[in-house]
Each structure stands twice: as structure tokens, then as C-alpha cells.
Design a protein around this ligand. Sequence first.
Ligand code: SF4
Length: 137
Amino acid sequence: MSMWSPWRGCKRCSEGCKYCYIHKGDFKRKVYTSKIIKTKDFEKPIEKCKNGNYKMKSKLVYVCFSSDFFIEEADEWRKECWKMIKERSDLLFLFLTKRIDRFYDCIPEDWNDGYDNVVICCTIENQKNADYKLGIF
Ligand code: SF4
């Protein structure tokens, strides 16, 4: 299993964010969570060794566990991520989102041409959100 955090930081968007582990950890380290920043690992899936092989080898890649892959602040960056995900069709990319209602704003134009290597999980924390989000999901 690999972790890929192309950006970090997040903003609360629902009741389920109340006990967010990222905010909690950042608070202890005095890090301002609401500032969304690209990380040095942005291009991690396509980084290569000197011999030309990809560095990232493990099949399953957990994406954006220090943020939300569908957060608004990353709209411009996400396009590059989709390209990398498509390039690495040999890997399986999995992420969770609390923003499934942004799905159509966040998928790439060629979504129907590939991306079988993407698993999207939707976090639903209460009945109100189940009623709202499950239909979209
Ligand atoms: S969406 Fe997830 S990471 Fe972002 S604030 Fe809510 S619980 Fe935390």
C-alpha cells in the first residue's frame, strides 16, 4: 500500500468533520489546517528511478488522506492528478470524500475513457447526509 498526498489541509464541510483527525493533529502541531497547500509529493505516482522504472510500485494507493480530493481549493491541481492517475493505470487509486456533491465539477473531461483504476468512497455521517449524498453517490 502507498500513500499519496498531492496537497494537504482541509476545511470543515459537514457534521462529520467535527472530530476531524487532521484538524486535531494540526492543532497540536500549530499547523493552520484551512490553508490548502501542494506537497512535495505532488508528482509521486510518476516519479521514476534512475533506471526509468516508476518508484511507486505497490498496487493500492490511498489518495489525499490529509485533505479531501474534491476540495474546491485544489480544482486547478486536480487536473494534473487525473493525468497521473491515467498514466498509472497499473495502480489502483482510492480516496474518500465528504464532497461527493462536487463529483461532476471534479472529474476530468475524459472520465468515461478509462479511470477503471479509481475507487471513490463517500463518507456519510448521519441520516440527513445519507438522504442527500447517497443518491448522488
Ligand atoms: S472533509 Fe475530512 S479532512 Fe476535511 S475537514 Fe472534513 S473530516 Fe477533515
